[in-house]
Design a protein around this ligand. Structure first.
Ligand SMILES: Nc1nc2c(c(=O)[nH]1)N[C@H]1C(S)=C(S)[C@@H](COP(=O)(O)O)O[C@H]1N2
Ligand SMILES: [Mo]
Length: 247
């Protein structure tokens, strides 16, 4: 998008006879310091972004001492799915997470492959719509990294995630690429327990707990959510809950 606006600005300014002012700037690709009208357009883009994100773009993170002694496990706590049970018995060694849809290189990742990617640990407050909250420590690979390694296409605007217990939800790229959105395989310093979504769950820290899907089965990049299910974007929104559950 910034490219398009810059191009428009370029066209507009040459129509105004300002073309020569841009001399040389066209050679500059990326980088933090840009001169002339390119610099102005970047500054405006940054200012707009910062304005839109002014209300704490990152969820609060706590120190490990703040981790709750008891973190409830609710809804599905041990999926009744034959493939899942078999995989669980094998220590999830045969488990795979396919990433498909609008990506250059569809890939099915093993748990070991996800663990070999850059990891992030975050201690955050989980708030459930059912009226409880708890602080947990989560370790995993940023979803942004996984999507980038598959070559997310420009047409992609949402990511839909499905789970072994039949839950599914979708996320715009703002949330999917958010630095605290991770595919978590660790909790409170150990492996992610089955009750909390083993082998891998999603953490989406700026939304209510139901957006943090457990027992991930697949990830798909798409360009619109209207074609999914009843067109509301998630399983829980078909039950009356908000698709965007920002807190
Ligand atoms: N696959 C799946 N994901 C899920 C759920 C579920 O039942 N199945 N419950 C959701 C809800 S409502 C909450 S609050 C959290 C609960 O996670 P926990 O069991 O680790 O506390 O997971 C969310 N993700
Ligand atoms: Mo919840």
């Amino acid at each position: 998008m910034p490219d398009i606006s810059r191009r428009r600005l370029l066209l507009g300014s040459s129509a105004l006879g300002l073309g020569p002012l841009l001399g040389g700037c066209e050679l500059i690709e990326g980088g933090p310091s840009r001169a002339g009208l390119y610099g102005l357009s970047d500054t405006l883009t940054l200012a707009t972004q910062r304005f839109l994100l002014r209300d704490q773009p990152l969820a609060r993170e706590f120190s490990p001492e703040a981790i709750s002694k008891i973190f409830p496990a609710i809804n599905t706590t041990d999926p009744d799915n034959p493939d899942y049970r078999r995989s669980k018995e094998a220590g999830f060694s045969d488990w795979r997470l396919p990433v498909s849809g609008l990506v250059e290189r569809p890939t099915a990742f093993s748990l070991a492959e996800l663990k070999a990617m850059p990891a992030r640990t975050q201690v955050t407050l989980h708030s459930c719509e059912q009226g409880w909250s708890a602080i947990g420590g989560w370790t995993g690979v940023p979803l942004a990294h996984v999507l980038a390694s598959c070559g997310l296409k420009r047409e992609a605007r949402f990511v839909v995630i499905r789970t072994v217990d039949g839950w599914w939800d979708s996320y715009d790229l703002f949330d999917a690429l958010h630095p605290q959105t991770i595919l978590a395989y660790g909790m409170n310093g150990g492996d992610l327990p089955v009750a909390h979504g083993a082998p891998v769950r999603l953490r989406v820290e700026r939304q209510l707990g139901y957006k943090s899907l457990k027992y991930l089965a697949s990830i798909e990049a798409i360009d619109r959510i209207s074609g999914l299910g009843q067109g509301r974007g998630s399983m829980v929104s078909e039950l009356g809950f908000a698709w965007y559950a920002g807190i």
